[in-house]
Ligand binder design. Sequence first.
Ligand code: NAD
Length: 360
Amino acid sequence: MECRIVTIPGDGIGPEIVREACKVLDKVAQVYGHSFRYQEVLMGGCSIDAYGVPLTEEALKAARESDAVLLGAVGGDVGNSRWYDVAPNLRPEAGLLAIRKGLNLFANIRPAYLYRELAEACPLKKEIIGEGFDMVIMRELTGGLYFGERHTEEAGGVLQATDTLTYNENEIRRIAVKAFGIAMKRRKSVISVDKANVLDSSRLWRKVVEEVAKDYPEVKLEHMLVDNCAMQLVMNPGQFDVVLTENMFGDILSDEASMITGSIGMLPSASLNESRFGMYEPSHGSAPDIAGKDLANPIATVLSAAMMLRYSFDLDKEADAIESAVQKVLTEGYRTPDIMSEGCKKVGTIQMGNLIAERI
Ligand code: NAD
């Protein structure tokens, strides 16, 4: 298979971790007979330095014309960088919002998986962790409360602010279809999270999700109220496979789910549009405090590359190979400083990338 990948290393540790992910992809290409061609573009602070804006039209065009985008992270030390002495729409993170919007990436997928080897970093009690957990939070990314009409007004000397939460059935259907498609590649269970006891938008959400479920008879569908879901995530995380939810609920629940894995350097993510196109990136930021020191954990980015193979290129076997190479390296006791524990072997960013690539 031939794939054109736009890479956006970005700022801080971004270039270091994207380099390691490409190293692993190159090994996959060599072993499985594929060709991955990369085009590197600038976004974030480095684009501000070069062009005065965080994302150029040319960079967006290159991303649009590629088969998938692999992103490191953007941004600098917020309190201490000249990139933040400008209007919000010219700051590094504005590039991120612009590319998500420009590529119509409405489906955000964030897996939360507990590696047995890293169970000590999990803040939950052992009896709750049980056999561990392996879930995917599927969050609608371009609708709902964050994109509805909003205004603040004064009435009779009292300030009043209004935000509106709107979803139409098409927006719900397309994310539900993605969630059921992903469930078919996993344990075939979807828990759809809403607040249908209160909100009209949630009642429509539930109705449309049930319609979509009819096309996936093998997938078990359950509904859960968002307040209950927030509790269940810390009481019994092992029950979740695919969690499907709207924008704001997903924003909060995906952070909760990632926190219970205990290690930010391990968590990949994907944002997809209507076709198979997607942008893949670690869930963490650009970590300026450790940039350029060979200290960054590249695993979240390597696992994001595995998601790219699975969701954009349908290369499941190759994605499995990356995930099991990561698992092997952890089982053999190699750790970057952020996940280091007693008795393990400490390695840097580059060596971690080498170790994973060698095990493909
Ligand atoms: P951060 O995720 O960059 O860092 C938080 C802490 O986690 C830091 O101590 C950092 O050293 C550590 N860390 C993060 N990733 C790591 C890794 N792979 N290996 C080892 N340690 C790691 O969050 P922050 O400090 O709040 O933000 C730093 C910059 O990143 C800011 O400019 C912020 O706006 C930006 N940011 C970008 C994205 C993105 O590009 N998607 C997301 C979040 C934050």
